[in-house]
Design a protein around this ligand. Sequence first.
Ligand code: PCA
Length: 332
Amino acid sequence: MSVSQSRLPLLATALGVGLATLSTGAQAATEWDMPTPYGDRTFHTVNIREFTEDVREATEGELDITVHSNGSLIGHAEIKNSVRRGIVPMGEVIMSRLANENAIFEVDSVPFLAASYADAWTLWEASREIIAEELEKQGLRLLFAVPWPPQGIYTNQALDTGDDLKNLSMRAYNTASERIAQLVGAVPTQVEVPDIPTAFSTGRVEAMITSPATGADTKAWDYLDHFNHAQLWLPKNMIIVSDKAFSRLSDDTRQALLEAAAEAETRGWEMSRQETDDAIAVLKDNGITVTEPSEALATKLQDVGDTMTEEWVERAGEPGQAILDAYSSARD
Ligand code: PCA
């Protein structure tokens, strides 16, 4: 581990050697702060910490990234622009949060378009380049993306038909979860993960769409009784770095960062898959009733999904169509 720049003169004096001799050999490490929106228990955060450890090792401490989880350094809503404006060099955001900028960022939150891991991966391969190009226009480089487990519906009462969701105040986290709530007659409210327990305990919300993972991480059994494993979509978190910060790194460090990112993506997808079963087991162990959609509910959700797909295709225009074409030909 190199000595930080500010301590070099002191050390040089103490050792009685000239600073010039010392600084030729010891290059100060680059220290980066990385804000993420989700907590330490979340498998995404575990994966990201492993990634930063890999980078530290591969660069022999040249690039030292500190992860600030749970929105503690910068709130989720501000992370992307903070990276863009150079306030922090890198960060994590859920991709679909950028849907208001461009609908292609929300391609992974179109209901039932890619609701299994195999399909989600095919869709990612079909969309990654267009999404990376869109980020590039903003001076951002996409390092890797990892999906959450399939999204389902948490309620207090058993969920038999779509009507059971009517008038419920429903926690949402992106425009797709907001829209689905509207289309089933519920009332959506945006709440970030760290605020979920308070939102339920104060009665601000009484149902939510999220994964088994986030339900388990936030101890959903403290305020909810049912989880419907509806498998609506698998939204991804992405890790972005500012081009400016990236270009200041040495060639070797850049290479090490990209290699660790590719490994983190592969590992993250595997962790996510495993987390689906593990988290469902945790929910059950803690008394949550886990069900699959009844025929009536499935029909309703399919209806809503069709509407949302049409709306998305309309909003996403030509790039959206290009992604869909690439996706369907890869699936054939
Ligand atoms: N957890 C995050 C995003 C999707 C998920 O499974 C959330 O609920 O906000």
